[in-house]
Design a protein around this ligand. Structure first.
Ligand SMILES: [Fe+2]
Ligand SMILES: [Fe+2]
Length: 333
């Protein structure tokens, strides 16, 4: 495709995104962190806070670790914003462009910002964690950066975000489920709200990729194969608390064991996207795209088999102190 044709494609995608901006909610209709947290301006603020901390105590450490990692991931939002704005030709050059993609990106970031805010305040008020070490981890993660290997390509970028929004939905919904199970309804309510946003964002990115398949199916197919060949990297891969450079794998192992986000979920997301974008039945022009199609169509089954084998071998949780929870060691049931 020539440069000129790419320009037309970007313009068409931009128009499509503009037509779908209703997948962002009007600011007035959005929940805000203060709707879900103790009201410090109220006369009975101390009673509200005490009641809040009381139920938070029900959370077991292994759920807390997943929650902390989710907070750190959400709080590295500046990295995701700068990554998005670099995709394709750069859709928001001025920072206040009126194109569909520019408006989407800013609206998306504005909605996402509430996730880190509400979860961070919840954790801080709960008194359950060493919040300074979490702050250090956030600062480290933003400094270390974020490279999802999407090569500044909007096709790969939107495939990545489709995958990741679904993954974050699963993770926040999983924390909500576990919190409810342990009688922590405040956190369950917060995570349900966050998960609801992630599900709506997922739908948007999936539509954008659907449009890209219509505009240039071969290029989109190659992009999807390329993304899945590299495996979809978690945005918080480069996190550290400054003590343990391997804290990401510790958190992954714990989250696998507590069942909130597992290898089966990874396979399920892949399967969902393959079905949604009708990979198996699409027709492609080039042999290269047809090979990519074959590779991607077979992947979910391969990953389900790998997940089955992984389930047979229970994950070992290294017994080491974790700074986020005052150096306690996580004991999984
Ligand atoms: Fe989020
Ligand atoms: Fe999201």
């Amino acid at each position: 495709m020539s440069l000129c044709e790419m320009k037309e494609l970007y313009a068409e995608l931009d128009r499509y995104v503009k037509d779908n901006l209703n997948l962002l909610l009007a600011v007035e209709k959005c929940w805000q962190p203060s709707d879900l947290l103790p009201n410090f301006a109220a006369e009975d603020w101390l009673d509200q806070l005490k009641a809040y901390r009381e139920t938070a105590r029900n959370l077991p450490d292994d759920i807390l670790i997943t929650l902390v990692a989710n907070v750190i991931t959400e709080e590295a939002l500046p990295s995701y914003h700068s990554w998005l704005s670099r995709l394709g030709p750069g859709f928001d050059k001025s920072g206040a462009d009126q194109g569909g993609i520019a408006q989407w990106m800013r609206g998306w970031v504005a909605e996402e910002k509430r996730h880190g805010d509400v979860l961070a305040r919840y954790l801080y008020f709960s008194g359950l964690v060493d919040y300074r070490s979490i702050e250090l981890s956030i600062q480290h993660l933003i400094r270390n950066g974020f490279d999802p290997l999407t090569e500044n390509c909007i096709f790969q970028g939107f495939i990545y975000t489709s995958f990741q929004e679904r993954a974050t939905f699963i993770s926040h919904a999983g924390v909500a489920r576990e919190a409810r199970k342990h009688g922590e309804h405040n956190l369950a309510r917060i995570c349900d709200q966050v998960a609801g946003d992630e599900a709506r964002h997922e739908k948007a990115y999936e539509r954008f990729v659907g449009r890209l398949f219509e505009l240039d199916s071969d290029r989109c197919m190659l992009a999807m194969a390329s993304m899945l060949r590299k495996t979809v990297i978690m945005p918080s891969r480069m996190m550290t608390d400054g003590v343990d450079d391997n804290i990401f794998s510790l958190f992954s192992a714990i989250t696998q064991r507590n069942g909130i986000y597992t290898v089966v979920d990874y396979a399920k997301i892949m399967d969902h996207l393959v079905r949604l974008w009708k990979i198996e039945t699409q027709t492609f022009q080039t042999a290269e795209a047809r090979q990519a199609q074959e590779f991607v169509a077979r992947l979910p089954a391969r990953y389900f088999r790998m997940a089955e084998r992984a389930i047979e071998r229970p994950v070992k949780i290294p017994k080491r102190p974790i700074s986020w929870i005052h150096d306690r060691v996580v004991n999984m049931p």
